[in-house]
Design a protein around this ligand. Sequence first.
Ligand code: ZN
Length: 436
Amino acid sequence: MSIRITGATLPDGTSTDLFIENGVFVDKDTSTGSTTVDADGLIALPGLVDLHTHLREPGFEQSETVLTGSRAAAMGGFTAVFAMANTLPVQDTAGVVEQVQALGARHGYVTVRPIGAVTAGLAGERLSEIGAMAQSRAKVRVFSDDGHCVSDALLMRRALEYVTTFGGVVAQHAQEPRLTLGAQMNEGALSSELGLAGWPAVAEESIIARDVLLAQHVGARLHVCHVSTAGSVDVIRWAKARGIAVTAEATPHHLLLTEELARGYDSRFKVNPPLRRDEDVLALRAALADGTIDIVATDHAPHPVEAKDCAWDEAANGMVGLESALSVVHTAVVASGELGWSDVARVLSGKPAEIGLLSGYDTPFRVGSPANVTLYDPSATRTFAVSDLRGKGLNSPYLGRELPGRVIATLHDGYATVLDGELVDGDTVARAAHHG
Ligand SMILES: [Zn+2]
């Protein structure tokens, strides 16, 4: 199978043709009868990698499945996702992570790399079978209790020590549980005004401060999930200046949306950690631009309609984000000039792959490298709608909002998963994925 992409603009602004054969880039068009994709006016980004996706299978298939989440990912320009461990059963044994990995490979839309739970059953009481998951066919390298904080300092220390033996990383959901009991939104003047229980910034910042010191103490690598406050940025900047091996992510929604959206009590804007203040959003954008925050990760969190279609304080936390991520990054930090497309390639592909030890993303577009490509039309605009979603979750905070850009094509390991802005059908993708 061969594909020729003509007239694409690379992230650095140069224009080129790209030739793909047997899953990798080649230096010239050698075969006749190849598929041609006209990329005039389109930016070719390396295939996007999401370090923080909730695929919900096994156990919560009414919210999402590996297949539907993979389709949402491909539609958003992703070629690989890391699947969070809060499934049922929890991804805390070799058997479950191998099952999730195999489902991803069977469907073929994206590479699915399972994340292992840090503690058994996400219960925060004893470590999970970290070694068995690392040695399994799924070769797990990222461990997280996301949804829950590993709040016990000794367990966190032990987890950091353990994953270091095979080069893994612990991704912490930084939320001091006692400080956030019953929390409904960012703590501040607005939460008082709205009469909603507050989630104070210090509950995030204090855990990050503790964990960077623990990481330094044991010589481990730490990743911080969904950083949401200006104070957290300060702590991470301080840690990096001291040479501590910490990396951090911001979500698209924390780069664009603020707590003001809670005013309407529309539960689509209820998320954990909560939307914060303007000054937090600005600090996150600046931190992404200067490298204090390393990557953007979606925290794609699909829910069935009934989990969101209720009063604010009863609604589930979370937003879907895979299909909109690139457009939201575009409007939040590219349109403002803070990030260029090379930076976008770094924060949405190269760096998340590096943190998660996912191979094949270190030399994008180079001859011999796996052909993972996203073709993006930066001049398109659209009113984001339910018809733009491909996963099961309709809980997008962007419905009805004008967003720039559109993913026109996604190529995963050299075969198309999205063409002409629409998903390629599942049988074709699965056949291509297993063709050698
Ligand atoms: Zn989380």
